[in-house]
Design a protein. Structure first.
Length: 275
């Protein structure tokens, strides 16, 4: 298949799945296998980082008014941006220390499949059983932010868990409304994903680590493929975030939980066939 078409497909897939609680990592891993992309290729590993960065950048654009409002009132004792910073630190330090384990698990389809199924069950139960005490992100407590940051570590260690699922479910368990848990999840993903993808991308362009390609190793064709994936993932992710915010205000997360369970079963079956 043409590389430009592959980039278009993967860019759309990344944009759709990155912020929905269904694991973009698992979807990209399966898609790359079906598209016969070499998973050992440094270039395609870097490509995955680039399209994730494109999706991340849609968030500050989409939430620009909220961000400007928060900045105008910064700081205060329980300011939302300080709570985001706390949750980020709680996640970042353990995730960095566990980076070797995280790298090993990223290649395991069985872990992804199990994480998808278990995460779906958890999300279904939490969405049905949670009791709301915090309606707005502005009313969050330090303990809620700490708890959500701690739960986000699971998504780093066990691919397929989904960072979005972990933070949303954690917020609901802590008494946050669906909308406030989702919004905090989006805000927390900005520093979390920017730090993770930025670090990996830096290693790539410098020719270090598993994604060793170096800037000099990419030709014009390669840059165009990267650009297509980056731009497509940005715009598709923007639309996905806008749709998801409206969906959650009217409905719950149960349909996503059901999808996780079904998709997780497919991933497990596929993994067993490969073994």
């Amino acid at each position: 298949m043409n590389d430009y078409l592959i980039s278009l497909i993967l860019g759309i897939l990344e944009g759709v799945t990155e912020f929905l609680p269904i694991s973009s990592t698992a979807h990209l891993r399966i898609a790359e296998a079906w598209l016969n992309i070499s998973l050992d290729s440094g270039y395609w590993k870097m490509y995955t980082i680039v399209i994730q960065l494109g999706a991340i950048l849609c968030l500050p654009v989409y939430f620009r008014e909220r961000i400007l409002k928060f900045l105008s009132t910064f700081p205060s004792r329980r300011h939302p941006l300080l709570l985001v910073a706390l949750a980020f630190v709680v996640t970042a330090i353990p995730s960095f220390l566990l980076s070797k384990l995280i790298g090993e698990n990223l290649e395991s389809l069985r872990i992804m499949g199990l994480a998808l199924i278990l995460g779906g069950v958890v999300m279904w139960i939490v969405d049905r059983a949670s009791r709301v005490r915090t309606e707005r992100m502005e009313d969050m407590s330090w303990s809620q932010a700490f708890w959500i940051g701690a739960c986000q570590i699971l998504s780093a260690v066990f691919p397929g868990t989904s960072r979005s699922m972990a933070t949303i479910a954690a917020g609901q368990i802590a008494g946050m409304s669906r909308a406030s848990a989702l919004e905090f999840s989006f805000f927390l993903s900005i520093p979390t994903m920017a730090a993770a993808t930025g670090y990996d991308l830096l290693k790539s362009v410098l020719g270090k680590g598993e994604t060793n390609v170096g800037v000099s190793g990419i030709d014009t064709h390669g840059w165009i493929v990267l650009l297509i994936g980056f731009v497509v993932s940005f715009f598709v992710a923007y639309g996905s975030v806008a749709w998801f915010m409206e969906w959650v205000r009217r409905r719950g997360f149960v349909p996503f939980a059901i999808y996780r369970i079904l998709f997780g079963a497919i991933v497990l079956i596929y993994a067993l066939r490969l073994s």
